[in-house]
Design a protein around this ligand. Structure first.
Ligand code: AMP
Ligand code: ZN
Length: 469
């Protein structure tokens, strides 16, 4: 299995630290708003990476954090006249709902920054003791970038370049910095902000330290894969490497994976530019599976431009798969022959070659675009070879193979039999009419049919009410 490693800028063979196990950390969102579909890209992409490892039999420990203390959360709390905790808790719940809709598997652990403060204080203390960090007069603790010789190895920047890019004059509040490249590990509280006691001042952590600490706490000092959007390469991931490797004295992550941006009109979709759609908005227009399918229709390292046309194309593509699967299921229920005909033996071999093509695509740095093409070809094979004369052995094999491959992509192949409200209303009317005509047997039968569809009826004084079970 080959993975493109941002650290070496090469595709490398994946060799786990421990045989059969993958320790994977993915930077999660800052929770102050509903997530937008740009944020959903890393969630879907790395969930698919995880699913593929699991398909190959690996035991994956998947950790992804929620940043629940941050300026944006505090500002939102002030705006709403509430506290930061209320805001972050609310949006963690909302984010989890979106992830569930997008069929993103729950992480092994979703640590929260506010619950890992002790670990952060420990790591900062170690960095100070080793000379990699210092406390300024106001209690701010900075990482001493010059002391960490490998600084820049991930983003392939060197300190001289960084230096010339930096402003000469230090900004207000950063007078205590020894060097403009140094970054904050701990900072003093401001009026009305959440804060914690520390040896240096009452305050709160800088952003970067939480991921170093959480990865160590839940996965260990050395991990297999660290991932996130490409905007995190610098400074966030560069700083994580500096903190972790300086504190632990070991290489941090073996493989660094970064997804390219989801763009709109060829610009990065972001909260700050205001050019975003929330996952919620898109899921009102499309089945969430269409959004997932759309995200996987491009390689994760290629920029992807969001447009209504591409979403329509994804909807049609997904429909083709789901319709093909439905036909396979219907035929499977009708046929019985359990040995393959000669022609079916040949077609099965073609199918196996397509499944191998799918795996080869996934093994080549998770090329989901090519993997999806192989799925389309398998559907085409099914559509052109399966008839009511087919053997059950052949039909079931195709169906199960497709189910397995779609499962890795996180695509549910059974068309959701969504009961439309209009249909329910119609059946209720039919039942009322039956009751009026004193045909109680029919009325009961309709009630039973509705119950099977997950609809519960209640006869009240205001008429018949219904709810989903
Ligand atoms: P944030 O809440 O901004 O820290 O983002 C959470 C995750 O979403 C990070 O991994 C970001 O890199 C990623 N992300 C944010 N915007 C985009 C985008 N437009 N396309 C792809 N990934 C993004
Ligand atoms: Zn992070």
């Amino acid at each position: 299995m080959k993975i493109y490693n941002t650290l070496t800028r090469r595709k490398e063979e994946f060799v786990p630290l421990e045989p059969g196990k993958v320790k994977m950390y993915v930077c999660g969102p800052t929770v102050y708003n509903l997530i937008h579909i740009g944020n959903a890209r890393p969630m879907i992409v790395f969930d698919t990476v995880r699913r593929y490892f699991e398909y190959k039999g690996y035991d994956v420990n998947y950790v992804s954090n929620f940043t629940d203390v941050d300026d944006k959360i505090i500002n939102k709390a002030i705006e709403e006249g509430t506290d930061a905790d209320t805001i972050s808790k609310r949006y963690i719940e909302e984010c989890k709902k979106d992830m569930k809709a997008l069929n993103v598997k729950p992480a092994t652990k979703n640590p929260l920054a506010t619950e890992e403060i002790c670990g952060m204080l420990d790591m900062i203390q170690t960095l100070i003791e080793k000379g990699y960090a210092y406390a300024a007069a106001d209690g701010t603790v900075y990482f001493r970038v010059k002391k960490f010789k490998d600084y820049g190895k991930l983003s392939h920047k060197n300190l001289e370049d960084l230096q010339s890019g930096f402003r000469e004059i230090k900004v207000t509040g950063e007078e205590g910095k020894e060097d403009p490249n140094d970054f904050v590990l701990w900072k003093p509280k401001k009026e009305g902000e959440p804060y914690w006691e520390s040896p240096w001042c009452e305050g709160r952590p800088g952003w970067h330290i939480e991921c170093s600490v959480m990865a160590k706490h839940y996965l260990g000092e050395e991990i297999d894969i660290h991932a996130g959007g490409e905007d995190l390469i610098f400074p966030h991931h560069e700083n994580e490497i500096a903190q972790s490797e300086a504190a632990n004295g070991k290489p941090f992550a073996r493989y660094w994976m970064h997804n390219a941006f989801l763009n709109i009109d060829n610009r990065k979709m972001s909260k700050s530019l205001g050019n975003f759609f929330t996952v919620r908005e898109i899921c009102e227009k499309y089945d969430p599976q269409v959004l997932r399918f759309f995200m996987l229709s491009a390689h994760y390292r290629s920029p992807l431009n969001f447009s209504a046309e591409l979403m329509e194309a994804s909807k049609n593509g997904l429909d083709r798969i789901l319709t093909g699967m439905e036909k396979l299921r219907e035929t499977e229920a009708k046929v019985s022959q359990d040995s393959l005909s000669l022609a079916e033996e040949e077609n099965k071999a073609k199918g196996e070659a397509l499944a191998a093509k799918y795996e080869a695509a996934m093994e080549d740095d998770f090329n989901t675009a090519d993997a999806i093409s192989a799925v389309f070809e398998l559907i085409k094979l099914a559509n052109s070879t399966v008839t009511e004369e087919s053997s059950k052995a052949y039909v079931s094999w195709l169906k199960e193979e497709l189910e397995r491959l779609c499962e890795v992509l996180g695509i549910e192949t059974e068309k959701k039999k969504e009961v439309l409200d209009a249909e329910i209303e119609r059946m209720i009317e039919e039942r009322q009419a039956a009751r009026k005509a004193k045909n109680f047997a029919l009325a009961d039968e309709i009630r039973g049919r509705l119950l099977e569809m997950g609809i519960i009826l209640e006869d009240t004084r205001e008429g018949v009410k219904w709810k989903r079970a």
